[in-house]
Ligand binder design. Structure first.
Ligand SMILES: [Zn+2]
Length: 308
């Protein structure tokens, strides 16, 4: 797009339709070192690898090679793995990969690493989602199942620990999907949580995979219970969060959940829920919530319906 046509486009967008609203506080946060691109050092042996356009990847380096929490999308996989190999004490040998959930933004390195013999750890429900084709009913988006070699080859139900002391556990509340996990690095006091907490913007409520608004609240509370005052909480999107940030989010999503719950119990539908603006006082800080509210209301429907 040339400069003038781009300007015309922006002008047209400003005149009428949905130019994405960017809250002032989100703009400010983009200048924070840990929310941009490039690597962010959490500890001497622990990094956030940020490739432009990709969700955050957490990399732990040791003499045994690299452990990753999430691996970027399939189209970003090469760039992610290159950045991982270039870390201080980094390596192209990835011995372990965690999938925080099944979404393609997280599981795009599974095939390559699976072929190389990497142990791919996920909650069992994540493996089940990756074994089937998925279509989201709200926008028709299709996701192809992964080949066998790319599927998690070590699954668990509740929790586990590695010899290195790294612990992981199921976020069973279905904050984002019904297979969310966290990985906790006790030595560095860092917790990677995928999309179970968002550092930026309203979350995607994937109710087709079990995620729901009550689960967002429950998942954040579970994160609170695992983390302590000084834990660095690393979401897939946005800057590193503190326990205070999580507490703020619990209050906000808790209030929205209560309001939506009352509306749905009175028989109101998702469109009425959006019109009622149940997130009004958060919009200036968080941006337009309509999509989030609609999905959240649908998620309550899905959750409360008898055959769900
Ligand atoms: Zn996701």
């Amino acid at each position: 797009m040339t400069f003038s046509s781009r300007r015309a486009f922006l002008k047209a967008a400003a005149a009428g339709v949905a130019a994405p609203y960017v809250a002032p506080y989100l703009k400010a946060q983009q200048s924070v070192a840990d929310s941009g691109t490039g690597n962010f050092k959490l500890a001497d042996d622990l990094f956030i690898v940020r490739v432009p356009g990709e969700a955050a990847v957490v990399a732990h380096t040791s003499s045994a090679g690299v452990l990753l929490v999430d691996g970027g999308s399939a189209s970003g996989s090469d760039a992610v793995l290159k950045a991982v190999a270039a870390l201080p004490n980094g390596s192209s040998k990835v011995h372990t990969l965690f999938n925080t959930h099944w979404h393609p933004e997280q599981t795009g390195s599974n095939e390559k690493l699976g072929m190389g013999g990497t142990t791919i750890i996920a909650q069992e429900n994540t493996r089940l989602w990756l074994q089937q084709n998925v279509t989201w009913p709200w926008n028709g988006k299709e996701f192809k199942k992964l080949p066998k070699i790319a599927q998690p080859n070590k699954t668990f139900y509740d929790k586990g620990a590695l010899d290195s002391g790294i612990r992981y556990g199921y976020i069973s509340d279905a904050a984002h999907t019904d297979g969310d996990l966290y990985v906790y690095f006790p030595q560095q006091n860092v917790m990677a949580v995928g999309d179970a907490a968002y550092g930026q913007g309203w979350p995607v409520v994937d109710w087709w995979s079990g995620g729901w608004i009550g689960g967002i609240v429950g998942g954040l509370q579970r994160i609170q219970s695992v983390a302590n005052r000084d834990t660095k909480i690393v979401p897939a999107r946005g800057p590193v969060l503190s326990i205070a940030d999580i507490t703020t989010q619990v209050d906000m999503y808790g209030a929205i959940y209560d309001r939506l719950n009352q509306m749905i119990n009175k028989g109101r539908g998702p469109s009425e829920a959006v019109e009622a603006k149940p997130a009004k006082e958060y919009e200036a800080k968080m941006g337009n919530p309509d999509e989030f509210i609609r999905r959240s209301a649908e998620s309550l429907w899905a959750y409360l319906s008898p055959d769900a």
